[in-house]
Design a protein. Structure first.
Length: 65
């Protein structure tokens, strides 16, 4: 009786391990896609940074800005 329970527990553990492995593969694919998309925003972020600090520095040139 105990051997049957042990076999059942081990079978469930294997199924759970397989599900976890599958989800880890899926998350790796999703992470790569997120990194790729994030890289496309870097030039935009750089330009926004330059624009922001340029506008901030305009106040030094003339307080009217």
């Amino acid at each position: 009786m105990e051997d049957d329970e042990l076999i059942d527990v081990l079978a469930e553990a294997k199924v759970t391990g397989d599900e976890i492995a599958l989800r880890m593969k899926e998350s790796k694919v999703a992470e790569e896609e997120i990194d790729r998309i994030r890289a496309t925003f870097k030039p935009v972020a750089f330009r926004a940074q330059v624009l922001f600090f340029t506008i901030v520095d305009l106040a030094v040139i003339d307080p009217m800005y």
